[in-house]
Design a protein around this ligand. Sequence first.
Ligand code: FAD
Ligand code: NAD
Length: 158
Amino acid sequence: MDDRTFRNAMGKFATGVTVITSSLDGQVRGMTANAFMSVSLNPKLILISVGEKAKMNSVIQQTGKFTVNILSDQQQDLSMLFAGQLKEERHVEFNWIDGHPILPDALANILCDVDTSYIAGDHTLYIGKVTDIYMKEGDPLLFFEGKYRNIASLSNGG
Ligand code: FAD
Ligand code: NAD
């Protein structure tokens, strides 16, 4: 099976979009990720999957902390920025909670300590123990068939 067939099939699974944030020595790194899921209620665990080439790996491994920021439909530009899809560099303001850099205006900020990590093929799976959560009202940014969508465009047939 070729890679495109696999990606096309995975793209049929509609998801939200997150930006994973973490910081080392005061330097913040962000990375767009849709490989995110809730794992366990008791204890409260979530999972992210980070590609082996991502610089985010060394930051998470050294700090043992990360935050999952669930993006609103007003934050597509941040998704593109943290996926390396914008040509220009941008300054992003983060809020800080207990040493975690978080994205303001995200629908949810899920603060985690690394519980366990597993290498799975060309990605590393990080199970995060959730230590704190902040939420805001709004509609989500969506990703389906390799394209950004939002709830309004879907209900208008787009
Ligand atoms: P880099 O490529 O070094 O950084 C990404 C970009 O963020 C760069 O342009 C960098 O300048 C910018 N940036 C980083 N920190 C800051 C900062 N503090 N201020 C301003 N700009 C900053 N990959 C996965 O491994 N797992 C996934 O689940 C996943 N899901 C994705 C979902 C979508 C919808 C998209 C579009 C991409 C996804 N990717 C995923 C791909 C991933 O986002 C990119 O490969 C990413 O560029 C790799 O991150 P990196 O750590 O190597 O960071
Ligand atoms: P796409 O068609 O590549 O993505 C469709 C789906 O395929 C994604 O939602 C994801 O489930 C899966 N996928 C894509 N690349 C993958 C990878 N390297 N490993 C595991 N699963 C992967 O969409 P696109 O707009 O071409 O994506 C933009 C870029 O972001 C591409 O370079 C893509 O590889 C990367 N991306 C990576 C992941 C990931 O690593 N989990 C997820 C989404 C997008």
